[in-house]
Design a protein around this ligand. Structure first.
Ligand SMILES: [Zn+2]
Length: 272
C-alpha cells in the first residue's frame, strides 16, 4: 500500500528528527570510529588521525588552483582530505543527513582555529555559508554549511552573512555525476539577493565538501557582477583527486591556468 502523500513528504524529516533524538539518548559512540564511552564526541585518536590537508590557506595552493579562472578569488583552503572510506566521511554524513548540527559547528570551529595564525582571515568582512534551496532547507531543517560557518565565526569573531545569496534551484545530488555533468547540474542555481551587502567587501564562503569545485564555480559566476567583491573559500573537506594529479585541467573547468588565464589573474601565483 503506498504511503499517504503527506507522510511521503514528511518522512525524510521525521526520520532525521527521530535519528537525532535517538542519538542524543542512546548513541554514546565516537561518530568516526564507533568506539563507545565518548558521548557522541570525536575521540582523541580520531582527531589525531584526521587526514589533514595542511594547506592552511597558503597562497597558490593546489586547491586554490581550481578557482584561478575567477579573478575575485583570494584564497582557498580545506581542513581535511575526503574519501568515502575515510572516517571523516562519517562526520560529514552525520551532520548532513542525521541532524548532528553540533558536529558541523565543532568542525567549523576547528577549521577556523587552524587558520588563526595564518593571514587567511586578514581583511575579511563576513562569513557566507553556501546556501541551500528553500526546498532542501525545509526537508533537512537546517543548512549544514551555516553550522560550519557558525563554528568558524566562533573561532574568528567574524560575522555571518546569510541573506545576500540564495540558491534558487534545487539541483539533484551531485554524487553520481561526472565532472562535466556536475557543471551542467549547477548552472545558474544561485542568485544575488543583496548586492549592497557584498559590494566592496571580502567574504569567506563556507562549504562542507569541495569535489571538483563545480558548485562554488557556479556561485562565483553568479557573484561576478557584484562590484569590487573579493571572495575566499573555506571547506571542511576536499574530495577531488586533483591532489594526486588524476583530473585533467579540462575536468576542472580550467582550460589551462598557466597558459590561458588572464595575466593579471595568474601573476601573483607565479613563483620563481
Ligand atoms: Zn574515534
Amino acid at each position: 500500500m503506498p504511503l499517504p502523500s503527506f507522510l511521503h513528504r514528511w518522512w525524510p524529516s521525521l526520520l532525521t528528527a527521530l535519528r537525532a533524538a535517538l542519538s542524543v539518548l542512546i548513541d554514546e559512540r565516537c561518530p568516526m570510529c564507533g568506539r563507545s564511552e565518548f558521548k557522541g564526541e570525536i575521540c582523541p585518536s580520531c582527531w589525531f588521525n584526521i587526514p589533514y590537508t595542511h594547506l592552511r590557506g597558503a597562497s597558490g595552493n593546489m586547491l586554490e588552483r581550481l578557482f584561478w579562472s575567477e579573478p575575485m578569488v583570494q584564497r582557498v583552503s580545506a581542513y581535511a582530505w575526503y574519501k568515502p572510506e575515510y572516517a571523516i566521511s562519517k562526520v560529514v554524513h552525520e551532520f548532513k543527513y542525521y541532524g548532528r548540527k553540533d558536529l558541523a559547528q565543532l568542525m567549523g570551529e576547528a577549521m577556523g582555529r587552524e587558520l588563526l595564525d595564518s593571514d587567511f582571515f586578514e581583511g575579511v568582512n563576513a562569513l557566507v555559508p553556501v546556501p541551500l534551496s528553500a526546498q532542501r532547507l525545509r526537508k533537512r531543517g537546517y543548512n549544514q554549511s551555516e553550522h560550519l560557518a557558525k563554528g568558524v565565526a566562533q573561532a574568528t569573531g567574524l560575522p555571518l552573512l546569510t541573506t545576500a545569496i540564495a540558491r534558487v534551484v534545487d539541483n539533484p545530488s551531485q554524487t553520481t555525476l561526472d565532472p562535466s555533468q556536475r557543471r551542467d547540474n549547477v548552472r545558474d542555481i544561485f542568485a544575488v539577493v543583496d548586492a549592497d551587502a557584498l559590494a566592496g567587501r571580502h567574504i569567506v564562503v563556507i562549504d562542507d565538501v569541495i569535489t571538483v569545485g563545480a558548485t562554488l564555480l557556479s556561485l562565483l559566476q553568479t557573484l561576478r557582477p557584484v562590484p569590487h567583491l573579493r571572495v575566499s573559500l573555506l571547506a571542511l573537506c576536499a574530495a577531488g583527486r586533483y591532489h594526486v594529479g588524476r583530473l585533467s585541467p579540462d575536468d576542472l573547468h580550467l582550460s589551462d591556468a598557466t597558459a590561458d588565464a588572464q595575466n593579471h589573474v595568474v601573476r601573483k601565483y607565479h613563483k620563481p
